[in-house]
Design a protein. Structure first.
Length: 236
């Protein structure tokens, strides 16, 4: 989960000067998809039944939202050079934060399964909503993770410095000069929970294959056990 530092970006600018053209200003990826997706995840968490979360209903969403200003401060300081170990800290902080999001998604699925197995008295409609909500959280969370780790991070991809890709998209296999966006990773996460396997985008590294397995396992529990049983509980 490394992120290019200031020296790397300076090297890109110097390369442009050596080739006879003006220095190329690095085109950094937009940061706004991250807070947007986190806000959506937190809002969905707030509407989950009490039995599908731990502690107060607001606890996990608040922790998720705290990651937005934290990540933004570290990102800004690392870019300005005022943060002595900005890139390393940014990578570690984002890794820990994304692990928390993935753990929260798995916890929701496990608690939802426990709710159904032990019949705590939730209304069928609430359980059905919770099942679809857990699936939505799954897609948004893992789409964000895939966006962050592929090729060493979004900044490396945009700067053309990615040397070890975690995914192979059809456009890349065809040799096109193309860089995936957040929507591409969300679609990959969505197809993984629907098909329980890769579709047009192939996982290349062990870490992504492990993440695909975890995501599919969460969705398998949710779809085959939780949602199906909730539907059966609805009055005919």
């Amino acid at each position: 989960m490394d992120v290019p530092n200031e020296q790397t970006e300076s090297a890109v600018e110097e390369e442009g000067a050596v080739l006879g053209g003006p220095p190329r200003a690095p085109r950094l990826p937009p940061w706004y998809p991250v807070p947007f997706l986190v806000v959506v995840i937190a809002v969905v968490q707030l509407f989950l039944p009490d039995s599908v979360t731990i502690g107060p209903i607001w606890l996990i969403p608040v922790v998720e939202l705290l990651g937005i200003p934290l990540s933004w401060v570290i990102w800004t300081w690392s870019r300005s050079g005022r943060f002595p170990v900005g890139d390393e800290v940014l990578g570690q902080a984002m890794a820990a934060y994304l692990c928390f999001l993935a753990a929260a998604s798995g916890l929701n699925a496990a608690l939802l399964l426990r709710t159904l197995l032990y019949d705590v008295g939730e209304e069928p409609g609430r359980l059905l909503f919770a099942g679809f909500a857990v699936l939505a959280i799954n897609v948004l969370t893992f789409g964000l993770i895939y966006w962050w780790i592929d090729g060493g991070g979004p900044r490396k991809r945009v700067l053309g410095l990615a040397t070890r890709w975690d995914f192979q998209f059809p456009q890349q296999a065809g040799g096109h000069d193309w860089t995936p966006s957040m929507l591409d990773y969300l679609f990959t996460a969505y197809t993984n929970i629907i098909a329980f396997s890769p579709t047009d985008t192939m996982p290349l590294t062990h870490r992504v294959k492990a993440l695909f397995t975890v995501q599919s396992a969460i969705s398998l529990v949710t779809v085959l056990v939780t949602v199906s049983r909730a539907i059966n509980m609805l009055p005919m």
